[in-house]
Design a protein around this ligand. Structure first.
Ligand code: ZN
Length: 207
Protein backbone atom coordinates (compact mmCIF):
# COMPACT_ATOMS: atom_id res chain seq x y z
CA UNK A 1 0.00 0.00 0.00
CA UNK A 2 1.18 3.53 -0.64
CA UNK A 3 -0.40 6.91 -0.14
CA UNK A 4 -0.88 9.39 -2.89
CA UNK A 5 0.29 12.93 -2.22
CA UNK A 6 -3.41 13.73 -2.46
CA UNK A 7 -4.18 12.81 1.14
CA UNK A 8 -2.63 12.25 4.52
CA UNK A 9 -2.67 8.90 6.35
CA UNK A 10 -5.73 8.08 8.48
CA UNK A 11 -3.89 8.73 11.75
CA UNK A 12 -4.40 12.42 10.99
CA UNK A 13 -7.74 14.03 11.69
CA UNK A 14 -10.66 14.52 9.34
CA UNK A 15 -10.13 18.28 9.43
CA UNK A 16 -6.57 17.82 8.19
CA UNK A 17 -7.93 15.55 5.49
CA UNK A 18 -10.39 18.30 4.55
CA UNK A 19 -7.71 20.94 4.23
CA UNK A 20 -5.26 18.75 2.36
CA UNK A 21 -7.47 16.59 0.18
CA UNK A 22 -10.37 18.65 -1.03
CA UNK A 23 -8.28 20.63 -3.48
CA UNK A 24 -8.06 17.53 -5.67
CA UNK A 25 -11.70 16.51 -5.21
CA UNK A 26 -14.89 17.63 -6.82
CA UNK A 27 -18.00 17.11 -4.71
CA UNK A 28 -21.65 16.40 -5.71
CA UNK A 29 -22.76 19.99 -6.38
CA UNK A 30 -19.64 20.68 -8.43
CA UNK A 31 -20.17 17.55 -10.51
CA UNK A 32 -23.82 18.47 -11.09
CA UNK A 33 -22.81 21.99 -12.17
CA UNK A 34 -20.14 20.76 -14.62
CA UNK A 35 -22.61 18.20 -16.04
CA UNK A 36 -25.25 20.88 -16.55
CA UNK A 37 -22.85 23.21 -18.37
CA UNK A 38 -21.66 20.33 -20.59
CA UNK A 39 -25.27 19.46 -21.42
CA UNK A 40 -26.21 23.05 -22.24
CA UNK A 41 -23.35 23.18 -24.78
CA UNK A 42 -24.35 19.77 -26.20
CA UNK A 43 -28.03 20.73 -26.48
CA UNK A 44 -27.21 24.06 -28.11
CA UNK A 45 -24.84 22.47 -30.65
CA UNK A 46 -26.74 19.27 -31.50
CA UNK A 47 -30.48 19.60 -31.10
CA UNK A 48 -30.41 23.41 -30.96
CA UNK A 49 -32.89 23.03 -28.13
CA UNK A 50 -32.12 24.17 -24.64
CA UNK A 51 -32.13 21.48 -21.91
CA UNK A 52 -35.61 20.39 -21.00
CA UNK A 53 -36.75 19.44 -17.54
CA UNK A 54 -36.69 15.69 -18.15
CA UNK A 55 -33.08 15.73 -19.31
CA UNK A 56 -32.02 16.89 -15.85
CA UNK A 57 -32.96 13.55 -14.24
CA UNK A 58 -30.62 11.22 -16.20
CA UNK A 59 -28.03 14.03 -16.31
CA UNK A 60 -28.01 14.31 -12.51
CA UNK A 61 -27.84 10.52 -12.04
CA UNK A 62 -24.99 10.20 -14.58
CA UNK A 63 -23.07 13.07 -12.96
CA UNK A 64 -23.03 11.27 -9.57
CA UNK A 65 -22.93 7.66 -10.78
CA UNK A 66 -19.15 7.00 -10.53
CA UNK A 67 -19.00 8.21 -6.91
CA UNK A 68 -22.25 6.45 -5.96
CA UNK A 69 -20.65 3.16 -7.01
CA UNK A 70 -16.97 3.55 -6.12
CA UNK A 71 -16.97 5.52 -2.86
CA UNK A 72 -19.23 3.15 -0.86
CA UNK A 73 -17.47 0.09 -2.34
CA UNK A 74 -14.05 1.53 -1.42
CA UNK A 75 -15.27 2.36 2.09
CA UNK A 76 -16.62 -1.20 2.42
CA UNK A 77 -13.25 -2.55 1.30
CA UNK A 78 -14.59 -4.14 -1.90
CA UNK A 79 -12.53 -1.75 -4.04
CA UNK A 80 -9.09 -0.53 -3.05
CA UNK A 81 -9.57 2.99 -4.39
CA UNK A 82 -12.55 5.35 -4.51
CA UNK A 83 -11.87 6.16 -8.15
CA UNK A 84 -11.62 2.85 -9.93
CA UNK A 85 -14.38 0.60 -11.28
CA UNK A 86 -17.02 3.19 -12.16
CA UNK A 87 -14.40 5.87 -12.87
CA UNK A 88 -13.08 3.83 -15.80
CA UNK A 89 -13.83 4.85 -19.39
CA UNK A 90 -14.52 1.18 -20.08
CA UNK A 91 -17.32 1.17 -17.48
CA UNK A 92 -18.57 4.47 -18.91
CA UNK A 93 -18.92 2.83 -22.34
CA UNK A 94 -20.58 -0.34 -20.95
CA UNK A 95 -23.08 1.41 -18.64
CA UNK A 96 -23.99 4.09 -21.21
CA UNK A 97 -24.56 1.35 -23.82
CA UNK A 98 -26.83 -0.47 -21.35
CA UNK A 99 -28.84 2.72 -20.78
CA UNK A 100 -29.19 3.12 -24.55
CA UNK A 101 -30.26 -0.54 -24.96
CA UNK A 102 -32.85 -0.30 -22.17
CA UNK A 103 -34.37 2.87 -23.66
CA UNK A 104 -34.51 1.16 -27.08
CA UNK A 105 -36.59 -1.64 -25.56
CA UNK A 106 -39.25 0.88 -24.59
CA UNK A 107 -39.51 2.35 -28.09
CA UNK A 108 -43.03 3.06 -29.43
CA UNK A 109 -44.55 2.38 -26.04
CA UNK A 110 -45.70 5.92 -25.23
CA UNK A 111 -46.98 9.00 -27.06
CA UNK A 112 -44.38 11.65 -27.96
CA UNK A 113 -45.93 14.07 -25.47
CA UNK A 114 -45.84 11.55 -22.61
CA UNK A 115 -43.22 12.44 -19.96
CA UNK A 116 -41.98 8.83 -20.04
CA UNK A 117 -41.29 9.10 -23.77
CA UNK A 118 -39.41 12.36 -23.24
CA UNK A 119 -37.38 10.75 -20.48
CA UNK A 120 -36.70 7.71 -22.71
CA UNK A 121 -35.52 9.81 -25.65
CA UNK A 122 -33.35 12.16 -23.59
CA UNK A 123 -31.79 9.61 -21.23
CA UNK A 124 -28.96 8.03 -23.29
CA UNK A 125 -27.23 11.32 -24.20
CA UNK A 126 -27.98 13.07 -20.90
CA UNK A 127 -26.77 10.15 -18.78
CA UNK A 128 -23.61 9.70 -20.88
CA UNK A 129 -22.78 13.42 -20.77
CA UNK A 130 -23.35 13.50 -17.01
CA UNK A 131 -21.15 10.45 -16.53
CA UNK A 132 -18.36 11.69 -18.85
CA UNK A 133 -18.42 15.15 -17.23
CA UNK A 134 -17.87 13.51 -13.83
CA UNK A 135 -14.69 11.83 -15.10
CA UNK A 136 -13.58 15.14 -16.61
CA UNK A 137 -14.24 16.90 -13.29
CA UNK A 138 -12.16 14.35 -11.42
CA UNK A 139 -9.18 14.51 -13.75
CA UNK A 140 -8.85 18.02 -15.17
CA UNK A 141 -6.95 19.53 -12.23
CA UNK A 142 -4.34 16.77 -12.36
CA UNK A 143 -3.98 17.26 -16.12
CA UNK A 144 -3.60 21.02 -15.72
CA UNK A 145 -0.96 20.39 -13.06
CA UNK A 146 0.87 18.07 -15.48
CA UNK A 147 0.30 15.09 -13.17
CA UNK A 148 -1.05 12.82 -15.87
CA UNK A 149 -0.40 9.63 -13.87
CA UNK A 150 -3.09 10.64 -11.38
CA UNK A 151 -5.62 10.17 -14.15
CA UNK A 152 -4.71 6.52 -14.64
CA UNK A 153 -7.91 5.46 -12.85
CA UNK A 154 -9.63 6.27 -16.15
CA UNK A 155 -8.07 3.11 -17.59
CA UNK A 156 -8.96 0.83 -14.66
CA UNK A 157 -8.27 -2.11 -14.41
CA UNK A 158 -5.19 -1.77 -16.64
CA UNK A 159 -3.13 0.15 -14.06
CA UNK A 160 -2.65 -0.61 -10.36
CA UNK A 161 -4.20 2.12 -8.24
CA UNK A 162 -3.14 3.62 -4.91
CA UNK A 163 -5.09 3.45 -1.68
CA UNK A 164 -5.96 6.69 0.07
CA UNK A 165 -6.96 7.56 3.58
CA UNK A 166 -9.94 9.40 2.15
CA UNK A 167 -11.60 6.06 1.38
CA UNK A 168 -11.48 5.12 5.07
CA UNK A 169 -13.68 8.07 5.94
CA UNK A 170 -17.40 7.34 5.29
CA UNK A 171 -18.44 9.12 2.05
CA UNK A 172 -21.34 10.92 3.79
CA UNK A 173 -18.94 12.28 6.47
CA UNK A 174 -16.60 13.55 3.75
CA UNK A 175 -19.47 15.35 2.04
CA UNK A 176 -20.86 16.82 5.29
CA UNK A 177 -17.39 17.91 6.36
CA UNK A 178 -16.70 19.45 3.00
CA UNK A 179 -19.87 21.50 2.88
CA UNK A 180 -19.24 22.80 6.39
CA UNK A 181 -16.18 24.54 4.98
CA UNK A 182 -17.74 26.55 2.18
CA UNK A 183 -14.67 28.76 2.02
CA UNK A 184 -12.89 25.73 0.58
CA UNK A 185 -15.32 25.39 -2.32
CA UNK A 186 -12.84 25.31 -5.18
CA UNK A 187 -15.65 24.72 -7.65
CA UNK A 188 -17.80 27.55 -6.30
CA UNK A 189 -17.30 29.60 -9.49
CA UNK A 190 -18.57 26.72 -11.64
CA UNK A 191 -21.59 26.20 -9.35
CA UNK A 192 -22.46 29.90 -9.57
CA UNK A 193 -22.03 29.94 -13.35
CA UNK A 194 -24.26 26.85 -13.73
CA UNK A 195 -26.87 28.52 -11.49
CA UNK A 196 -26.89 31.68 -13.64
CA UNK A 197 -27.11 29.65 -16.89
CA UNK A 198 -29.89 27.50 -15.39
CA UNK A 199 -31.93 30.59 -14.48
CA UNK A 200 -31.31 32.09 -17.95
CA UNK A 201 -32.49 28.88 -19.64
CA UNK A 202 -35.59 28.70 -17.43
CA UNK A 203 -36.50 32.32 -18.24
CA UNK A 204 -36.01 31.75 -21.99
CA UNK A 205 -38.03 28.52 -22.10
CA UNK A 206 -40.81 30.06 -19.97
CA UNK A 207 -41.44 32.79 -22.56
ZN1 ZN B 1 -15.51 10.78 -8.73
Amino acid sequence: MYWTDECVPPAKSVSIYTRVCIYRSVFPLGHAAVAYLFYVVYAALSTRRLPTRWALVPLAIGSQFPDLVDKPLAYAGVLTYGRSLAHSVFTLIIVSSLVWLVTRRFEKRWQATDWREQLRVLSPAAFTIGYASHLFGDVYRSVLAGQYLEGRFLLYPIYALPETSADQIPPWIRILNYYQHMENQVEMGVILLAGVVFLGVRIRTAR
